[in-house]
Each structure stands twice: as C-alpha cells, then as structure tokens.
Design a protein around this ligand. Sequence first.
Ligand code: GRF
Length: 199
Amino acid sequence: MASHPSFPRIAILISGKGSNMHALTDAVRNGKLNAEITFVGSDKAEASGLHTAQGKGLDTALFSNWSTAEHRANTEKELLRKLKTTQTEWLILAGFMRILSPAFVKNMTGRIVNIHPSLLPSFPGAHAIEDAFNYGVKYTGVTVHLVDEQVDHGPILAQSVIPIEDGETLASLTAKIHQEEHCLYAATLKHLFSNKGGN
Ligand code: GRF
C-alpha cells in the first residue's frame, strides 16, 4: 500500500475473524478512508483475522499474555511500545475481547475507538446480539464509540438502528448487524479523522 505521510496512522486490534478489520482495510485500499494501517494486533495467535491481515501484506503483532494483572501490565507496555515505534496515533478495536486497563486508556484518551453490536448503553458485553434478540427488543443496532475506563462505554460517535422483524432469527439478525458494522465503522472513522484534519 502506498505510504501517505499526512494520513492518520491507525492500528487495529482483533481477537477472532476480523471481518471489521477486513472491511476497514478495504475502505483504506479503495480510498474511502484516508488512513495508514500500521499493524494488526491480536491477543490470540489462532485468530483467523491475523492470517487475513498477513495475506493483505499488513504487519501483524501478537499481544498474548493477559492472564494476571502483572502480565496485562507488561503486555500493555509492549503494545504501547509498538504504537510508539510505529508512530501510531489511533487504536481501533475491532472485536478485541480484552479489557484495557484504566491506566492504558487514560494514556490514550480520545484515541481508542470501539465498535459494539448493540445500541449502547443497552446490551453491553460479549453476547450483545443474542442478549438483544432474547430480550425481545424491536430495535437494536450498532454503536461506534470512543473508549473510556469502563467496558463498552464512552462518548458515542455514531449509531445505526436495525429493526428486529417478525420472523427474524438470531442468524439473520447477526448477518444484518455485521453488514451494517462494516459500513458504519469506516464512515465514522472518516468523519472522526476529518474533524481532526486528517481526511
Ligand atoms: C463485532 O460484532 C464487533 O462489533 C464486536 O465483535 C465482533 C467482531 O467481529 N465487538 P469480527 O471479528 O470483526 O468479524
């Protein structure tokens, strides 16, 4: 990918499939999002998204040890070092299933972004789509927000509403939500970076 010195430099963190990372990478490649992806990081060596990222020629990094508070602190130091050496300004969470410590978040206030598959503050947590579906709400959706010290919390940048139709299944709802995520994340980052003078 050609280098653009004026573009915002972003790293993407994933834990699994990485379909949002894939969509963001495509948006960058297609010129829909002016950004430079410095690396894709994961807490899991087996995350299939890591292979997708490598296949796209992106630098990848593993930050795997989160088992105790001490390990987490060391891993977060490694992550900070990597952000610094790659001159990365923005940390984009895309299905990253670890909780960053308040100290880490404070260090990067306003520069960590997350996507969540519900209309926050409703249904935070790891099973948001299923929780909304089982609750029986008529509308759910997608939220993109800045990350603060609490989980799935922080200033909301954008939301999309998705109706839960009669006859909807968890599988059909999940597919609709992922499809929407893939559009909303790139559009929201474009807007965010343009407000900071980047796009
Ligand atoms: C997405 O639904 C995202 O909102 C949530 O985790 C899921 C990650 O999916 N935080 P993918 O790995 O991007 O396919």
